[in-house]
Ligand binder design. Structure first.
Ligand code: CMC
Length: 434
């Protein structure tokens, strides 16, 4: 190629069915637009070519400026800031502001945000009536999903999604009320009276107080545990286009209110392959019980009968940076609570997995859910609350991504295509003639 001839930013496709050639533009991020494929046809009347991608494994559904995950290098950044630096020096509400607004807040901006979140923590008393309708053993996540959806009926103005001030009001409300709903769900489960929010406490201290306060005595949260929970919230705040965030965007694309969309995102998170994995990890470690049982368990994983919960990730093909920070945080927590006896099993599983071909070949490294459950358990959280502890901070990411989608003029209602493989047209036959 001569020096002054610059390569073209296009892709040439030859359709061997027809011999025709097409030149497709290559856009920022090394993408071709799926709609550009539609010109590729065998005959004039054809629908045109589509991309088939079950599970969206290689489809960019949106552009985004919020969170960047480099799965190959094990890097996670919120608005350009590395997760390690935020976990070290920031607080959850400061990170929430950063994710939602795009820049770190000034002191005044942060104070105003913390004030607004703190003063929206109460929920309407009728929410308690809804909770009373659940059985005593209802899963906390089911109660949360229902009560978040119900909030849309208390704030009907939330459907004005095009109004930025209105959006911001609902964003504040949701971030503020999630810990209250979570604590109320937990206390319903335990049959304990509800503890109302205390406005002078921090976000995490208030949550711990609503959960664990007993007999009118103020719950004194240990500063190490309070900080550990804040760090865990920072690590879970956003993770770009995962299953639940995509659910949030897809539901929100119909222009429904954010409470309804967020209830759908929470439902997606609840599954054991996503945010329910932290609960599944704890149940798995408890089931293994002792290190003696590890070889038999790992054999069943190698035979493909079981999954090693808390391992593997669609995007990370290296150690999940969140898991590395959580592992360090676990040491701080255990210095206060005592070592979780299941840790020994977890460490042994990790050691085997990092050294064995089956796991190495498939890039199965610990993910965010592998060690978080051990910390939650040591801090006294019941297992059913684990996915809820994921949902509280992820509310920030869901709302930031929802807001980005609402103002993105390129976004339309989500409506994928299908490849129909069912029967050809046929005529209805009455029952007595079948
Ligand atoms: N244990 C054993 N084998 C596994 C695991 C695992 N945890 N994960 C993937 N594999 C195997 C899988 O059987 C397949 O093997 P083969 O090629 O022989 O069929 C191969 O690895 C690729 O798996 P995949 O299911 O095609 O990968 P995926 O990208 O669709 O799934 C995942 C990603 C996270 C759903 C999966 O790794 C998994 O199920 N992990 C366990 C659940 C879990 O920890 N989820 C939390 C994810 S991180 C936080 C979050 O998203 O909420």
């Amino acid at each position: 190629m001569s020096q002054n001839r610059r390569p073209k930013n296009t892709l040439t496709v030859t359709d061997n069915r027809t011999g025709r050639q097409y030149e497709l533009d290559v856009h920022e991020g090394d993408v071709v637009r799926a709609m550009d494929l539609r010109q590729i046809k065998v005959q004039d009347g054809d629908f045109g070519m589509m991309a088939y991608d079950p599970g969206f494994t290689n489809t960019a559904f949106t552009t985004s400026r919020i969170t960047d995950v480099d799965g190959g290098r094990g890097v996670l950044e919120y608005r350009g800031y590395p997760i390690e630096q935020l976990a070290e020096g920031s607080s959850f509400l400061e990170v929430a502001y950063l994710i939602l607004k795009g820049e770190l807040p000034t002191t005044e901006q942060l104070d105003a945000f913390v004030h607004d979140v703190t003063f929206h923590t109460y929920v309407h008393e009728n929410v308690l009536t809804i909770l009373k309708g659940f059985r005593y053993d209802a899963h906390a996540m089911g109660m949360m999903i229902s009560t978040v959806a119900a909030l849309s009926t208390f704030y009907p103005e939330a459907k004005e999604v095009e109004d930025p001030e209105n959006r911001w009001a609902q964003i504040n409300r949701l971030i503020a009320k999630m810990p209250t709903l979570a604590a109320f769900a937990y206390r319903h489960h335990r049959g304990l009276p509800y503890v109302y929010p205390e406005n002078e406490l921090s976000y995490t201290a208030n949550f711990l107080n609503m959960l664990f306060r007993i007999g009118g005595r103020e719950y004194e949260s240990n500063p190490v545990l309070e900080r550990a929970l804040d760090v865990l919230f920072i690590l879970h705040a956003d993770h770009e286009q995962n299953c639940s965030t995509t659910a949030m965007r897809v539901i929100g694309s119909s222009r429904v209110d954010p409470y309804s969309a967020l209830a759908g995102a929470m439902a997606a998170l609840y599954g054991p392959l996503h945010g329910g994995a932290n609960e599944a990890v704890l149940r798995m470690l408890t089931e293994i019980g002792t290190t003696d049982n590890i070889p038999a368990f790992m054999d069943s994983v190698r035979r493909g009968e079981r999954r090693l919960m808390g391992f593997g990730h669609r995007v990370y093909k290296a150690y999940d940076p969140r898991a590395a920070i959580i592992k360090r945080t676990a040491d701080d927590v255990f210095s206060v609570t005592g070592r979780n006896p299941l840790l020994e099993i977890a460490l042994e599983l990790e050691k085997i997995a990092l050294g064995e071909e089956y796991f190495v070949k498939r890039n199965l490294y610990p993910n965010v859910d592998f060690y978080s459950g051990l910390i939650y358990q040591a801090m006294g959280f019941p297992v059913e609350l684990f996915p809820v502890l994921f949902a509280i901070p992820r509310t920030v990411g869901w709302l930031a991504q929802w807001q980005e989608m609402v103002v993105d003029r390129e976004q339309k209602i989500a409506r994928p295509r299908q490849v129909f493989l069912g029967p050809e047209r046929r005529d209805f036959v009455p029952p007595d003639e079948r």
